[in-house]
Every structure is written in structure tokens, then in C-alpha cells.
Design a protein around this ligand. Structure first.
Ligand code: KIV
Ligand code: ZN
Length: 556
């Protein structure tokens, strides 16, 4: 570690396997990633999950390579107990952990819930700060220590792997915290967790605190120091990293940083900081980083939440560039404006988004990707039209660019257009859609289909009407504005003949937006093939029972 090493940081040991090796690299320590998305994350407002959702996410976290999964607080409710029990039975690989207060009932419930686990841990906690001792617990310092020790001893009778957390540790007197730590290690705790429960501390303070404990706790070589930071002042990740630099070897965190109030330290940010600045920290994690984005997507889908576009590492803009100067730099060398490779966190590639800040280089590149190679004079002309359109629209889509390259109106860029669209959905039942499409060669095709929802039904109807199977890789809807007349943008990505084809549709009706996106994909496939579409003759389909007016408002 250079630069970030604080006083008291652990000295790295040299490799011993090959003593003759002249260039022996210093051994790199492993930092354990303790994920608490299913406990500290899930217990916060807006993030609750069903048991089935928790099991799905737990499996994804295991695939991501986290070392310990805190599956829940078994004593909190029967459902929490059942979720911990199910996850303990499901997972092979990571340690499954359950939280418990230093109360025998809690600890025994945690142990019962963890029974099916291949590897289990009981995590006991009690608050140690003066504020909590006086106002919440009404306990003296000694009573808190007695409770902590009794809790750890009981947990150790039931489980070999016991973690102790000193809640509100960062507002606890350092000497007293050291006393608590020594006592619980003697009682059998193998991990001592230092939570910044209220997100109050700073990186320098955190580094000093870990260094202090490492120096003053006599038996600290028998335990791993862990850190657990909340984000109230936006410093949870920085504080966690400062703790690692000072010698903590377990970090507690949640995916995308969900959790109480402003949340917990974000797992993906910690992992990528340790990896990207590995020369500084000199530690490894067991995380398969290319699974970060898909796992974060799974979480947001399960919770029905969207991340800010600029969310570090996994936000939609994390690898997107619009400014002309940046795009020019990226086209020359991606290192100019990217410190991580998108593929390393699970994005397919960097994105050069064409908007009003973009320049000629990016425009030429994107046109080439669409199969258009204008000469300089043509490019100048397209660029002028592009800038005029970009001033009106937030993002210029491939369809717009193709229309410009072909000198046509984007709305008339066929060959297919929607003539009519009807959808109908029933709560608890299937949805249906009827489409009537017209082709620029004069043909008309009408089709109906059912689906799991109106979007599914309408995409299937378009597939049938045009004769193209759309192998959908990705489908996203997002609101472009607020209010009852808000516009929704649907983006559909389809794998076709070895390439990804993206279609966009914008409408106040998300089903219509999805239909427009699907049709844009079909049209691009046909334009790419440069041949007449082979649409099998379909009888015109009209079923009044499935026809209802399109919804005019953006659905939540
Ligand atoms: O924030 C906190 O102090 C906690 C403990 C229970 C570890 O979540
Ligand atoms: Zn917490």
C-alpha cells in the first residue's frame, strides 16, 4: 500500500512458497465481503422482499462470490425466520449469517434458522456508545460488557463462527471499545465488527480507530476486524476503505448501498475501489466483478426501484459519454475517460450517447456502426441536422441518425408503420393485443396475440404480423418527464444474426412506446437485410372482445 497506509496498518507478509524466487511479490491479503442486503438493506423503508425474492437474491449474491451473506434477523418474525432457514438450506459456498441481539431467545432462534446451512455464523450485537447505554439500554458500561460476553458465549455453544458488533462503535469511547473487544474475543468471537451506525465518522477518524484497536487490544490477533458503515454524510464507502487501509479485513455492505436512512456502504463501489486502486490497498476480494451489474439489476428489478443514472459502477451513465471532447478522447483511447473497463463490472461496452454535446467523431463512428459511411461534405450536412435535432431532444436515437443518413423523415422510416393498436389487460389474467401494420409496399398485416402483460402481448402480435422472431435481450422503460401526461421511453434490444439491434419508442402510453420500439427493431432488421420482408399472409384479425382504447397515461 502506498499513500493510503495509515499508522498501524498491517505489514504485508512475504510469500513463503518459493524462498529462492528473486522477485517474490508481497502476499496480498483477502478482504472478506459480508453482504447485508437481505438484512440491513431489506429492513429499510421501501426495500422489503418476499421470501422467494430473498432466496433468488441470495443465490445471485453467492454467484457474485460474497463470503458471508447476512440472511436476516431470525427472531424478528416468523417470516424472517423462514427466509433465513430457506436460504441456509439453499446455499452452498458462502457462510450464511443471522443477526441476534445479545438475548438468548434471539440467539437460539438464529441457531435454529441456520441449522440447514453448510457454513453458518451467528452475529450478536449490543450498543456500546454512551448515548445508547444511557437512553436506549439503561445499562452501565459493565452491564453492557456482561451482556456482550454472555451473548457471545451462548452463541458459541450453538455455532463455531460468531461475530460480535458493538453498535454505534464510532461514538463509543475508544478505551471502552477496546475493553469490549478484548472481552468478547476471550468469550469466543472470531470477528469484531466496528459499525458506524449513524454514518457520523470520517475516513481519518475511522483509520485512527482501527489502528487504535489493533494496537491496544491484547488478544486482537485472535479475531478479524470488520467494519460496517452507514452513509448519512455520504462517507460510508470512504470510511470502509479507510478501515481496510488501516487493517480491517472484513467489510459489511449492501448492493447499491440500500439500507437504513441514507443506506449502507455500497458493495460494488468498495469492491471496484479495492480492485481499481489495488496498488494502493494491496488486498483482494473473492468477488466476480463482472457479475456486479447483472446482480444490481436483479436487485432493482426485484425491488421495482431505479438507480440514479450517475450511480457509481452500476448506474446507467457509469460508462456513458456525451461530451464531444470526452467522446473524441474515448475513440482514441478509452483510458482517457474511463478508469474501469465496463466489461469488468458486467456492462457490455462503453456507450457514446449522441446528444447536443456530442461532436463529429462520435457521429461518424455511430453512423459507421449503422452501416453508413458519408464523405466529409455529407457528414457536415448530417452533423448540422443532428445538432438541430439534438437541441430539441435529450438523446438522438439510431433511427433518427439513419433517417438523416438516408435523407428521410425519421417518423416515415419504415418499411412498417403502425396503423392501429388495441390492447386489453385483466387483473390476475392474461393481456391481449391486436395490431394492424402497413408496409410501404402497400401490404397490410393484422395480428392478435395474448401475453403475460400488454407489452408482451403487443410485441408478440408484431412478431406474428411481420414474421420476425424477436429474441429480446433487454427491455427497459423509463419516464422522460413527470406528471399525468409524462412521456415514457421504451428501449428494446434484440439479438439478430450475431448483432444487437436496439429500438426506441416514446409515447405517453408505455404499451405504444414498446410497440414502436419493437417495430423499430423489425424495420432495422429489414433495412439491414435490404430485401422485402417475407410476411406470411395473415387473415385480418379483429376480435372486439380484446379491443380497448390505448391507455393515454404513463403507467407507474
Ligand atoms: O448499523 C449497525 O450498527 C448494525 C449492527 C446491527 C451491525 O446494523
Ligand atoms: Zn447497520
Amino acid at each position: 500500500m502506498r499513500g493510503f497506509l495509515l499508522p498501524g496498518s498491517p505489514k504485508r507478509t512475504m510469500q513463503t512458497q518459493n524462498p529462492d524466487a528473486k522477485t517474490a511479490e508481497p502476499a496480498r491479503d483477502r478482504v472478506r465481503i459480508f453482504d447485508t442486503t437481505l438484512r440491513d438493506g431489506e429492513q429499510a423503508p421501501g426495500y422489503s422482499m418476499s421470501r422467494a425474492q430473498k432466496r433468488r437474491l441470495a443465490q445471485a449474491l453467492a454467484d457474485l462470490g460474497v463470503d458471508i451473506i447476512e440472511a436476516g434477523f431470525a427472531q424478528a418474525s416468523d417470516e424472517d425466520f423462514a427466509a433465513v432457514h430457506a436460504i441456509a438450506g439453499d446455499l452452498r459456498g458462502p457462510t450464511v449469517c443471522a443477526l441476534a441481539r445479545c438475548q438468548f431467545g434471539d440467539i437460539e432462534a438464529a441457531a435454529r434458522a441456520l441449522e440447514p446451512a453448510q457454513k453458518s455464523r451467528i452475529h450478536v450485537f449490543i450498543a456500546t456508545s454512551p448515548l445508547h447505554r444511557e437512553h436506549k439500554l439503561s445499562m452501565s458500561k459493565q452491564q453492557v460488557i456482561d451482556n456482550a460476553v454472555a451473548g457471545v458465549r451462548r452463541a458459541r455453544q450453538l455455532c463455531d463462527d460468531v461475530e460480535f458488533s458493538a453498535e454505534d462503535a464510532m461514538r463509543t469511547e475508544p478505551e471502552y471499545l477496546a475493553e469490549v473487544m478484548a472481552a468478547v474475543i476471550d468469550a469466543g468471537a472470531g470477528t469484531f465488527n466496528v459499525p458506524d451506525t449513524v454514518g457520523y465518522t470520517t475516513p481519518a477518524e475511522m483509520g485512527e480507530r482501527i489502528a487504535y484497536l489493533r494496537k491496544h487490544v491484547r488478544n486482537m490477533d485472535r479475531a478479524i476486524i470488520s467494519v460496517h458503515c452507514h452513509n448519512d454524510l455520504g462517507m460510508a464507502v470512504a470510511n470502509s476503505l479507510a478501515a481496510v487501509a488501516a487493517g480491517a479485513r472484513q467489510v459489511e455492505c449492501t448492493l447499491t448501498g440500500i439500507g437504513e436512512r441514507a443506506g449502507n456502504a455500497a458493495l460494488e463501489e468498495i469492491v471496484m475501489a479495492l480492485k481499481t486502486r489495488s496498488e494502493l490497498f494491496g488486498v483482494d476480494t473473492g468477488i466476480a466483478t463482472q457479475r456486479l451489474y447483472p446482480t444490481a439489476r436483479l436487485l432493482t428489478n426485484l425491488l421495482g426501484m431505479s438507480l440514479p443514472r450517475n450511480k457509481a459502477v452500476v448506474g446507467e451513465n457509469a460508462f456513458a459519454h456525451e461530451a464531444g471532447i470526452h467522446q473524441h478522447g474515448m475513440l482514441k483511447h478509452r483510458g482517457t475517460y474511463e478508469i474501469m473497463r465496463p466489461e469488468d463490472v458486467g456492462f457490455a461496452q462503453s456507450q457514446l450517447v449522441l446528444g447536443k454535446h456530442s461532436g463529429r467523431h462520435a457521429l461518424r463512428e455511430r453512423l459507421a456502426g449503422l452501416g453508413h459511411h458519408p464523405d466529409d461534405a455529407q457528414l457536415d450536412e448530417i452533423f448540422t441536422r443532428f445538432k438541430t435535432l439534438a437541441d430539441r431532444k435529450r438523446e438522438v436515437f439510431d433511427n433518427d441518425l439513419e433517417a438523416m443518413a438516408l435523407g428521410r423523415d425519421p417518423d416515415a422510416l419504415g418499411p412498417w408503420r403502425i396503423a392501429q393498436l388495441h390492447t386489453s389487460s385483466h387483473v390476475g389474467g392474461m393481456a391481449s393485443a391486436t395490431v394492424k401494420l402497413s408496409h410501404e409496399d402497400g401490404r397490410q398485416a393484422s395480428e392478435a396475440s395474448i401475453g403475460d402483460g400488454p407489452v408482451h402481448a403487443v410485441v408478440r402480435a408484431i412478431e406474428r404480423a411481420t414474421g420476425h422472431d424477436l429474441a429480446i435481450g433487454d427491455f427497459q422503460v423509463r419516464s422522460l418527464s413527470l406528471g399525468g401526461d409524462a412521456q415514457g421511453q421504451a428501449t428494446l434490444t434484440v439479438e439478430h444474426a450475431g448483432r444487437s439491434i436496439r429500438g426506441n419508442g416514446v409515447s405517453t402510453d408505455i404499451v405504444e412506446a414498446a410497440a414502436l420500439a419493437a417495430l423499430e427493431v423489425v424495420n432495422r432488421i429489414e433495412r439491414l437485410a435490404d430485401q422485402s420482408p417475407s410476411v406470411p399472409p395473415h387473415p385480418a384479425h379483429s376480435n372486439p372482445s380484446v379491443s380497448t382504447p390505448m391507455r393515454a397515461a404513463l403507467q407507474p
